[in-house]
Design a protein around this ligand. Structure first.
Ligand code: SF4
Length: 303
């Protein structure tokens, strides 16, 4: 007979799954059905590959009773798909991206999930721009100006990013801009891998809501975190990657696909303006993908 999970157990499982989500683990599968709800909690585990599995294992020497064997042999009818139900993000099903982004921001709260919360941040820098943008830029983390104003890319590097966007024939308001980490690393140091991994699930959720056609990763930290791969900028640039934010299922009917391109971080271009020509080539590739007409103007060195 179909059954539902005990509400208390359901809450405990939901909390556990949210905990895994915040660590960037989203894919759950049930290896074998179990008999009792209590066993579900006991059987939650993370396997070596970092995937959460729900499995029933026998203690050494424990024989499988005919009842347990029967339970393993046939699926247990459960009235609801507990994993789909409780792994859903709070913004799931919210069609208005403005509201959905607000829900993600509320979920982030006065975040203390990584050490950056106690290293001098003035405020969390969430993201800004068109919540339905076709194009999204993702940088590394807020600097002093961003920390003071609560908006990404508002300092000198932000001015250059604005010029890059303008050179593409569009405005800053038409795109969405965010960072891998939402709190300023002290002394503008590069965010640690652990900080990126702790914070980026929220960015993934922002991307899943905005549904851009193209994401441009600005710099190596953004590229490596989004693509979960380690390579030099030279190896990463010059091509598109099929991108699906962590947490979005491959068969999600609401996800239309997205391409990711990598280019230099504007702060790097300020230090080495000779690379602006290369960055412009990356942006031209993006414009072509988006069907945008390239204006005559290029990203010249006076920007
Ligand atoms: S960087 Fe991200 S995870 Fe770390 S405290 Fe700030 S908002 Fe939270």
């Amino acid at each position: 007979m179909p059954r539902t999970l005990d509400p208390e157990l359901r809450r405990a499982l939901a909390a556990r799954i949210r905990y895994y989500n915040e660590m960037g683990i989203y894919d759950f599968y049930r290896r074998a059905p179990v008999e009792h709800a209590e066993e579900v909690a006991a059987a939650m585990a993370v396997d070596e590959a970092g995937t959460t599995v729900l499995e029933h294992t026998l203690d050494p020497g424990e024989e499988m009773s005919p009842r347990k064997a029967a339970a393993v042999a046939r699926p247990v009818p459960v009235e609801e798909n507990i994993f789909e139900a409780i792994a859903l993000k709070p913004e799931h099903g919210v069609s208005d991206p403005v509201k959905a982004l607000k829900i993600i921001r509320e979920d982030l709260g006065d975040c203390t999930r990584c050490v950056l919360h106690k290293q001098g941040r003035k405020q969390i820098v969430f993201g800004v721009g068109n919540p339905k943008a076709d194009l999204m830029f993702v940088g590394e983390g807020p600097g002093a100006d961003e920390d003071a104003q609560g908006e990404p890319f508002v300092g000198r590097a932000g001015q250059l990013l604005n010029n890059m966007i303008k050179a593409m024939g569009i405005t800053r308001e038409q795109v969405y801009i965010a960072n891998i980490v939402k709190c300023r690393p002290p002394g503008n140091r590069t965010p640690e891998r652990e900080e990126c991994e702790t914070c980026s699930p929220f960015l993934m959720r922002q991307i899943a809501v905005v549904k851009p056609k193209v994401v441009v990763a600005l710099g190596a930290v953004a590229a490596k975190t989004l693509l979960a791969m380690s390579a030099s900028m030279m190896q990463l640039r010059g091509r598109f990657y099929e991108f699906r934010p962590t947490g979005v299922r491959s068969n999600d009917p609401n996800w239309d696909g997205c391409k990711l391109a990598v280019t230099y971080h504007p702060a790097f271009l300020l230090r080495d303006p000779r690379q602006k020509g290369e960055a412009w080539k990356d942006l031209q590739m993006v414009m072509k993908e988006l069907g945008m007409k390239a204006p005559a103007k290029t990203l010249s060195s006076d920007h």
